[in-house]
Design a protein around this ligand. Structure first.
Ligand code: PNS
Length: 172
């Protein structure tokens, strides 16, 4: 039975959730594509105390805000707990996720269906980044950078700057 949609959520707000540790040019690509489709895009940075992040959630929010400072319909916030609860609170109608390759599919499919089980009115929208970003991931960026590899062109210049600062300060 189709869901009752007489009380639609904020139909033009899309949530783009993730860890963003750090933000990559692949993420930027997806945000800009989403900002064309939706009235507002809310980048939701997961606060996960179990991980050992490179950047604190506040640092990530600050970096992402600066990167998108010229895009008034792109907002940034942190969230904890269940994504569907946060989406309800914000009255978002869609979750945006990037799909880089077939290897992403299984995990994304599981998450999308679990989120649909938890909140049937919330749609997950998958977007493909530009081809040159299909191999990018935050995890690889951190690894390459920590081993002295070049990350220019793979992350926004501001992210690279912050990574250098962290590296200089002795953080991993
Ligand atoms: O950038 P990531 O790490 O791939 O993002 C994963 C994220 C944040 C989207 C996912 O872990 C999430 O939604 N976490 C919140 C907790 C939750 O709702 N879990 C159930 C998802 S089915």
């Amino acid at each position: 039975m189709p869901q009752d949609r007489r009380d639609p959520p904020n139909g033009r707000l899309a949530l783009f959730p993730g860890s963003f540790d750090p933000l990559t040019n692949g993420h930027v690509d997806i945000v800009l594509r989403s900002a064309h489709l939706f009235e507002r895009v809310l980048i939701a940075v997961l606060v996960n105390p179990e991980k050992d992040p490179l950047f604190t959630p506040d640092e990530r929010v600050s970096i992402i805000r600066q990167v998108f400072r010229e895009y008034p319909n792109v907002e940034v916030d942190t969230f904890g707990g269940l994504l569907v609860d946060y989406a309800r609170e914000k009255r978002a109608s869609a979750i945006v996720r990037g799909l880089r390759a077939v290897s992403d599919f299984e995990y994304e499919f599981q998450m999308a269906l679990m989120n649909r089980h938890l909140e049937p009115t919330l749609e997950t929208v998958f977007m493909m980044p530009a081809e040159q970003y299909t191999y990018l991931s935050s995890r690889l960026i951190k690894e390459v950078f920590s081993l002295g590899g070049e990350v220019r062109g793979l992350v926004p210049p501001l992210v690279e700057e912050w990574m250098r600062k962290k590296h200089g300060s002795g953080a991993s």
